[in-house]
Ligand binder design. Structure first.
Ligand SMILES: *Cc1c(COP(=O)(O)O)cnc(C)c1O
Length: 430
């Protein structure tokens, strides 16, 4: 990965037209570039896209309306856009080994809404993991449209193990008979047993959806089992571990292709974002290469090494560790609320998010944990040899959060910036 080699002081404007037209906005973009360059970004749903993905997202494909699907559009002038979308679809099918792919959903949440639209009526029962247990809002949680337009029933994890209790999932599914069952989530540090979910969905007569938004890149890179042989529909974002633009895809067996396509357009959306489709195609091409496999395995190796280092420092990790890219830290015994820790770490140049832990006695807006992950640091080239330092910074940062030691946080920030300067990322200043 390379970035523009310009010195900070005599740098030509990085975005000259933007700087001329709108200096105020250009300054904000510049500040964000600096922030992303200097900090250790540990939010597990974030990443750094390649220069090629950045460029594809910023093309004149932006200017085109293309309601419909390739070869079946409602507007003319699709000579190139049809080929762009066909390329993205073909690459998704090849990479994930699916019959059908729809690359038009604007993001993960609308993709999931399209799934409900395809397989359920308002008021029907749907089932997913509860948000405070690690599920996503769109898996039928109450404040989401998916939990108010549908009747959401929710499963969790066991308090003693932090793992999904498949007896509970089966009992709930057979009692409630949901139309749709979602597996997957946003704060699950362990491998998802898609086969176990499939058996339950079959018994209950439900459509099974694997929401792999977080782990799609690990699946593509062979670092997590694929749901494809087991589930009816795979929903994923394209911007998390998959390292593409902000967008989403729905993939399914041929029998569900029509229902999924109809739900996305015209059911839910208008014109697709063609510049995003193009960038998804690029990301899928990158994800089919050997270096992406190294990246995906590197993400998991880094997460396991970081978890080991944190355990050695006495931290409590939900489920005792990780199988994937994500670690959920319970800070209760460190006597620091998650939000205070997250905000202190942010001041130390370490970007995380505060997060509920299963059975959290604290409120969702002020929970007991923080959620961290290794995709971004792996994309920048950090390896297992760096995880001791990362764990030490987190340890010092959490302690400084408790004692209010701003000098300690400033010192960490300088050390972090020093390391990150040696690991540039695409599109960022050096
Ligand atoms: C991130 C995520 C989504 C939503 O994606 P957005 O693009 O933020 O709408 C849906 N499901 C899961 C499991 C996610 O992690």
């Amino acid at each position: 990965m390379t970035s523009l080699a310009v010195s900070a002081h005599h740098a030509p404007a990085r975005h000259p037209a933007l700087a001329a037209a709108d200096p105020e906005l250009a300054a904000l973009v510049g500040a964000e570039e600096r922030l992303q360059a200097d900090t250790l970004r540990l939010i597990p749903s974030e990443n750094y896209v390649s220069q090629a993905v950045l460029e594809a997202s910023g093309t004149v494909l932006q200017n085109k309306y293309s309601e419909g699907y390739a070869g079946r559009r409602y507007y003319e002038g699709q000579q190139n856009v049809d080929q762009v979308e066909r390329l993205a679809v073909a690459r998704a099918k090849a990479l994930f080994g699916v019959d059908h792919a729809n690359v038009q959903p604007y993001s993960g949440s609308p993709a999931n809404l399209a799934v409900y639209l395809a397989f359920a009526q308002p008021g029907d029962t749907v089932m997913g993991m509860a948000l405070p247990m690690g599920g996503h809002l769109t898996h039928g949680w109450g404040v989401s449209a998916t939990g108010s337009w549908f009747r959401g029933v929710q499963y969790g994890v066991r308090q003693d193990t932090g793992l999904i209790d498949f007896d509970e999932v089966r009992d709930l599914a057979l009692k409630e008979r949901p139309k749709v069952i979602f597996c997957g989530g946003t704060a699950l540090p362990r491998t998802i047993d898609f086969a176990a979910f499939a058996e339950i969905a079959r018994e209950a007569g439900a459509v099974l959806v694997a929401d792999v938004a977080h782990i799609a890149g690990l699946i593509a890179g062979g670092a997590h089992p694929s749901p494809v042989p087991h589930v009816d529909v795979v929903s994923t974002t394209t911007h998390k571990t998959l390292r593409g633009p902000r967008g989403a895809m729905l993939m399914c067996r041929e029998e569900h292709a029509k229902a999924i396509d109809k739900a996305v357009f015209p059911g839910l959306q208008g014109g697709p974002h063609n510049q995003t489709t193009a960038a998804i195609a690029v990301a899928l091409h990158e994800a089919s290469g050997a270096s992406f496999r190294d990246y995906a395995h590197g993400v998991v190796a880094n997460a396991k090494a970081l978890a080991d280092e944190l355990l050695a420092r006495g931290f409590d990790l939900v489920s005792g560790g990780t199988d994937n890219h994500l670690i959920l830290m319970d800070l209760t015994r460190r006597d620091v609320p998650g939000k205070i820790a997250a905000k202190a770490l942010d001041r130390a140049g370490i970007v995380v998010n505060y997060n509920t832990v299963p059975y959290d006695p604290r409120k969702p807006f002020d929970p007991s944990g923080i959620r961290i992950g290794t995709p971004s640091l792996t994309s920048r080239g950090l390896g297992t040899e760096h995880m001791g330092a990362v764990a030490e910074w987190i340890d010092r940062g959490v302690t400084a959060a408790r004692t209010g030691d701003e000098a300690a946080l400033a010192m960490i920030r300088a050390e972090v910036a020093d390391l990150m300067a040696a690991y540039p990322a695409p599109g960022l200043p050096v």
